[in-house]
Ligand binder design. Structure first.
Ligand code: AMP
Ligand code: MG
Length: 397
């Protein structure tokens, strides 16, 4: 099918259509999962001061057997207001500021305390048990780069570096529209010919996991009028619209004419991909519209291959998700004219080799093939099949 786009060609078209979203300041408490839009620089050294690595006593360098007089205490958060002179020591806690004059700390286990004096059981060279200022992060150093997704460690480092707010990309606003006369709400009883609308919940979940805010999930019956109405509402606010179903050429497929009527410009339709051939992509101003096939597996696969990178890039994160290479544990058929995205589970064997095992029958209507799938193995179009042991690229899910 020479007229169909390859996955890479389709992706390049999506990528070109993306205008990254604006930025906003987000309090660190609300920034989990956000994509950072600035480089974060340490406002001060971390730790900001030289501190003790142990509970014990701070002193000048001293030798084993020395007896010192205790002249004060430095606690975490409450520094001592004394200077440590020769023959003197102060009690100190882990993380407490090293007082003026002191150059080392001996831990409590290596000395004897009696009243106001201590006897050292070990030599105490300068620097022992001292954490220097800036040992973790130095003032002015770039500690986080724009484009990363903020997880708990990144937020912790940002806070330690002095930040309470972070410049982040705005969340992409996503609308999900499921088309089809046959679709019934989750949990509702089915009349003959009806099925439950499972795509809507899967696609909204995938979008949320990709950092989006899903602001509306609607359905449309298979009329041009209703399809246009639902899409028109979705397009009012959306940065991205995910439509499922109705994108083929059947007499009841109204998504393409409805989008055309709404001024959404087609950028591509149909990809040499299984599952997911009828995938449609278009654009109205900055809003991206994905017409995903109705089959549950097709809609998930095409979301992962085309819409997920777009959501990442809208947020200023890299568009491409790094592929991995895995070894097939089973032989697979190849499609003569379309690349195939096979749902696979992934496991690393004792030799550290990543192994990919198909999750079962791979028909586009076999939704259960999505269970336990950790990746999509991309099997290139070609004659015959691939033997077990063949290396294939895998897009992590
Ligand atoms: P379509 O792309 O509209 O031709 O639909 C292809 C297949 O996907 C048909 O079997 C539909 O019943 C099914 N389908 C369409 N939309 C959904 C949905 N939201 N949830 C589950 N299955 C769907
Ligand atoms: Mg349909």
């Amino acid at each position: 099918m020479a007229d169909l786009l390859s996955i890479a060609q389709a992706r390049a078209i999506v990528r070109k259509a993306i205008v990254p979203l604006e930025h906003e300041d987000v309090h660190v408490e609300a920034a989990l999962g956000r994509v950072l839009a600035e480089d974060v620089v340490a406002a001060h050294d971390v730790s900001p001061f030289a501190s003790s690595a142990m509970d014990g006593f701070a002193m000048r360098p001293a030798a084993a057997g020395a007896t010192l007089t205790v002249v004060g205490e430095s606690r975490a958060g409450t520094p001592a207001d004394v200077v440590v002179g020769p023959g003197e020591a102060i009690r100190i806690s882990t993380g407490a500021l090293i007082p003026e004059g002191a150059e080392a700390v001996l831990q409590i286990e290596l000395l004897t305390v009696s009243g106001d004096t201590i006897v050292l059981h070990d030599d105490v060279p300068a620097g022992r048990n001292i954490r220097r200022a800036g040992e973790d992060l130095q003032k002015g150093a770039v500690v986080l780069r724009a484009g990363i997704r903020l997880g708990p460690p990144e937020l912790g480092v940002a806070v330690a570096a002095g930040r309470g707010e972070l410049r982040c990309s705005r969340l992409p606003k996503v609308a999900v529209v499921a088309t089809g006369d046959e679709l019934i709400e989750p949990g509702a009883p089915l009349a003959p010919g009806q099925i439950h609308n499972s795509n809507a919940i899967t696609l909204s979940g995938l979008a949320m996991q990709s950092g989006a805010r899903v602001f509306t999930v609607t359905g449309a019956i298979d009329t041009l009028e209703d399809t246009e109405h639902a899409l028109s509402h979705a397009l009012e606010e959306a940065d991205m619209v995910l439509v499922t179903g109705g994108v083929s050429v059947g007499p009841h497929d109204h998504v393409k004419p409805a989008l055309e009527a709404l001024g959404v410009q087609q950028r591509f339709w149909r990809v040499a991909l299984r599952p997911g051939k009828p995938t449609w992509f278009g654009q109205r101003d900055n809003a991206l519209v994905f017409g995903l096939p109705g089959n549950p597996v097709s809609s998930m696969v095409t979301f992962l291959l085309f819409a997920r990178p777009a959501l990442y890039a809208l947020q200023g994160a890299p568009f491409d998700i790094p592929r991995r290479t895995a070894v097939l544990t089973e032989a697979v058929e190849r499609q003569p004219d379309r690349d195939e995205a096979i749902r696979v589970s992934l496991a690393t064997d004792d030799d550290g080799v990543l192994r990919a095992t198909p999750t079962g029958p791979q028909g586009s209507h076999i939704a259960s093939s999505m269970l336990n799938a950790a990746g999509l193995a991309i099997v290139e179009a070609g004659p015959g099949g691939l033997d077990a042991g063949t290396r294939v690229p895998v897009e992590p899910i």
